[in-house]
Design a binder for this molecule. Structure first.
Ligand SMILES: [Zn+2]
Length: 843
């Protein structure tokens, strides 16, 4: 149902960049809406930190009611969060969320912009954020965005005055926006940017406030509102057959990997904007008051405006093609305008409208999903004119090179078809997100081509330009080359046409843990992206590690097929960390990339080339016990990690838990947020605690306070209160406060070194109060905060043990952090130092 509504809506709102997707047909109402936007020369930029921060109600209002060109500058691509719909995390999650933002903008009519900032995970304050981001670099990117997009008004999602009350990324986005507002017009600021851009002074800066920022509805009612503007974002658009908040709901429902699919809202609703910079409008609902948003804004624009205003006021809904000659005339005049910014922007909009009123369908497609540099492909061209206008197709160019020169009259509804053979130049770049081509830092992406900075995605490698004559006036219209195919179960599908290497390789495990000196077999899977491909695979690794063979040959007959080669890797005798890289060599070309495909129905399929590498860790780790029972919670990779160090992990189905079913395990571990998401546990909790009482070890990883509280008296055998305490700096100092406890001594001696090299954070949702039976083991804190002792708590219970930990093992183990493995092994080994009674019985 959802897909159907989105499909219908796409027909309604044309706005936004058109990438390889099903071409949209536009009704006269859509075209009229396009013309309304064409005739508004004003720009708004909304600024926040993450995908889903943006207020789609306001973006849609500015785009569809005010008709402004409206952008959303999301400083990051949201790499740091979780994924509710698939396996993509980190960089790949950033790619998915980038596409979800673009999908949202296709619905609400906005455009999408980014900086090079990485979403590195939760940050408590802007000070930490701006250090990790490299403040000057990201400030420069915000200034670039303003200089290129040229907004008249800027709207901040967050308050720059309240650091510490929300995610540090949020406050930082507002602080950077405040600074950039003034710097964008200063020629001395970021002067190197001025080779490609001009300075620009926005007129007003707002903070998109609401009662929430005031603490309560009541406080907001009483607050001084002299500097507040308010707009009705529930307004109904008869032309579109939808209200603004309905469009906004559909737009934010594109953020599916964050679980933002939601019901539509309807009816009048106020949105508030607090003026931070610039002059206060008299009309408290007009953000653009006093800003010239008509065609007279550009030198020479008066005549164009007169023509286009007439088209709008006399628009013919029965036959929009009657306006073609006026639109072509306006286009011709527009080409004489000196103002590059407005000429380019309005030419693009005007061309789209000309295409629509003529019912013109132009497309360039392949029937193969991808190709390699140097290969030849068939390119299909189609053009059809569904109006009585005199339109001639003069020529077609691909990437600027004229390939088809034969003047053809596009007569009413006569389909023009042509097939061309084109060769992919050897210099063509592989398709992949530009911000992932070179390894970045923790806080920023490295982008070598400065022209790409800020762009939502890598421009497509192949574009076809149809050079058309409308009544003798030359108008070139450019289309991305797509891959088009039909599927019996889905119908017609458009996908981006990709350029990929001849073959790529993949190491199955991204982290390999060697808990002793035993060699491991390393399968390397080579995938062919063309027929008849052969070459060699080479593995590279640091000193001390030994491979049985450094290279092996491969040969694959058919495109899409795979061949797996197995290498044997022997670790060094002592602790060591290194990276294993696989390199495919074909005809002198070395490719050390893995090809990852991200495919969902709500976004265009994405192809990402990731480094083909794995982290290898030689640990000196001791362990006691063998069989671990694992009850999955919200989903984590801890079981796989435990198997890597030699444990046998049994995934327990909660419904199977009964009186003695857990006795066979040396320890029972609950996955992250198990009590939050597994309802069944409310019936099984007593068996879990009983198991501990009888001599077992129960390890509970982090849960959030809240939901389970209704169902469980307590998740622990003794009082334990979960708070929102977290330590987000992964390098923060950790003190071992229970030096003599077996948890930090047996079977592995834990020292402060074991807290080096952690990733993203120390942990979250630590308990802040507990009964005396618990022993806190560690103490830690973020800078400027008071220390917490709740990260790792252990209590004896009957003959066994109960452990509660908010430490982020679910991040550290899959990242191959040695100290985290040792500590986890100690937790699993608790009570096994002097063979417990149970162990003796087991023999
Ligand atoms: Zn956010």
């Amino acid at each position: 149902m959802r897909r159907i509504t989105i499909f219908l809506l796409m027909g309604i709102l044309f706005i936004g960049p058109s990438f390889a997707q099903t071409p949209k047909n536009h009704s006269p109402a859509d075209i009229f809406h396009e013309i309304q936007k064409l005739n508004f020369l004003g720009t708004a930029l909304y600024i926040a930190a993450h995908p889903d921060d943006e207020n789609t109600r306001l973006i849609s209002y500015l785009s569809n009611h005010v008709h402004a060109r409206t952008g959303y500058l999301s400083l990051t691509r949201g790499d740091g969060g979780q994924n509710l719909i698939g396996p993509e995390l980190r960089e790949l999650l950033g790619v998915l969320r980038t596409q979800e933002l673009l999908a949202a903008r296709r619905v609400d009519g906005g455009e999408q912009l980014f900086t090079r900032a990485v979403d590195f995970g939760y940050s408590k304050n802007p000070k930490e954020t701006l250090e990790i981001w490299d403040k000057e670099l990201i400030l420069g990117d915000v200034v670039t965005a303003i200089r290129k997009f040229k907004p008249d008004v800027i709207v901040n999602r967050f308050d720059h005055r309240s650091p510490g009350t929300t995610h540090g990324h949020h406050t930082s986005s507002a602080m950077l926006s405040m600074e950039a507002f003034d710097l964008a017009n200063d020629p001395k600021a970021f002067s190197d940017q001025l080779e490609n851009t001009d300075t620009w002074q926005p007129k007003r800066l707002f903070f998109n406030t609401s009662w929430w920022f005031y603490g309560s509805q009541e406080k907001f009612e009483q607050a001084d509102k002299t500097k507040l503007l308010n707009v009705d974002i529930g307004t109904y658009y008869p032309i579109l057959g939808m209200s603004n908040n309905e469009i906004a709901s559909l737009a934010s429902s594109q953020h599916l990997c964050q679980g933002f699919g939601r019901l539509s809202s309807r009816g009048t609703e106020e949105e508030y904007l607090e003026l931070l910079k610039g002059d206060l409008p008299q009309n408290k609902s007009d953000l653009f008051e006093g800003i010239n948003t008509t065609w007279t804004r550009m030198a020479g624009g008066t005549e164009i405006g007169a023509i286009l205003d007439k088209v709008e006021s006399q628009f013919n809904f029965k036959d929009p093609s009657v306006h073609l000659s006026d639109l072509v005339k306006a286009y011709q005049l527009l080409q004489k305008i000196n103002d590059d910014h407005w000429r380019e922007l309005k030419s693009k909009e005007l061309k789209a409208i000309i295409e629509d009123v003529a019912g013109l369908h132009l497309e360039a497609f392949t029937t193969q999903a991808f190709s390699n540099p140097g290969e030849s492909i068939e390119l299909n061209l189609e053009a059809v004119n569904r109006s009585n206008a005199d339109i001639v197709l003069e020529s077609v160019s691909v990437n600027g090179e004229k390939l088809l020169i034969e003047s053809t009259d596009l007569k009413y509804n006569e389909l023009f078809k042509k097939q061309l053979k084109i060769t992919i130049p050897n210099t063509t770049n592989y398709t992949s997100p530009y911000w992932l081509m070179v390894k970045g830092t923790l806080g920023t992406y490295t982008v070598t081509d400065s022209e790409l900075i800020g762009k939502p995605e890598t421009p497509r490698a192949f574009k076809a330009t149809f050079n058309l004559l409308f009544d003798g006036v030359n108008i070139p219209i450019t289309k991305n080359v797509s891959y088009k195919y039909g599927r019996p179960d889905k119908g017609e599908i458009y996908q981006p046409f990709e350029i990929v290497p001849k073959a790529t390789s993949m190491l199955k495990d991204k982290v390999l843990i060697f808990s002793d000196g035993t060699p491991k077999q390393i399968p390397v899977t080579v995938k062919a992206h063309k027929d008849h491909v052969s070459g060699k695979v080479r593995l590279e690794i640091g000193d001390g590690w030994i491979l049985d063979s450094a290279t092996q040959p491969f040969s694959i007959e058919k495109k899409g097929d795979e061949q797996t080669l197995v290498f044997t890797l022997t670790p060094p005798a002592t602790e060591n960390e290194s990276y294993l890289t696989s390199i495919v060599s074909i005809d002198g070309e070395n490719i050390s990339k893995e090809l990852v495909t991200i495919a969902y129905d709500h976004i265009p399929t994405q192809t990402v080339l990731m480094p083909s590498e794995a982290k290898v860790v030689r640990l000196d780790i001791q362990k006691a016990g063998q069989h671990i029972g694992y009850i999955m919670g919200a989903g984590d990779d801890v079981p796989t990690s435990l198997e890597q160090i030699g444990y046998t992990v049994h995934i327990i189905n909660p419904t199977d838990i009964d009186e003695n079913s857990l006795d066979k395990y040396d320890a029972v571990v609950l996955g992250i947020r198990a009590y939050n998401v597994v309802d069944e546990l409310s019936f099984k909790q007593r068996y879990i605690l009983e198991y501990a009482k009888n001599g077992g070890t129960v390890i509970v990883q982090y849960n959030t306070a809240g939901r389970w509280a209704d169902q469980f008296e307590n998740i622990a055998p003794y009082d334990l209160q979960i708070s929102r305490d977290r330590v987000t700096n992964e390098n923060s100092e950790v003190k071992i406060i229970a030096q003599d406890h077996q948890l930090v001594n047996y079977p592995n001696k834990i020292s402060s070194n074991d807290f080096n090299g952690w990733v993203q954070e120390r942990g979250l949702y630590f308990p802040d109060s507990w009964s005396k039976e618990f022993t806190p083991i560690l103490e830690m804190k973020d800078e400027g905060e008071k220390a917490t002792k709740g990260s790792l708590l252990i209590a004896p219970y009957g003959e066994g043990h109960y452990i509660y930990t908010g430490l982020s093992f679910f991040r550290e183990l899959p990242a191959g952090v040695p100290g985290a493995y040792k500590l986890f092994s100690n937790m699993l080994s608790v009570g096994k130092d002097n063979l417990s009674k149970k162990e003796q019985i087991k023999g």
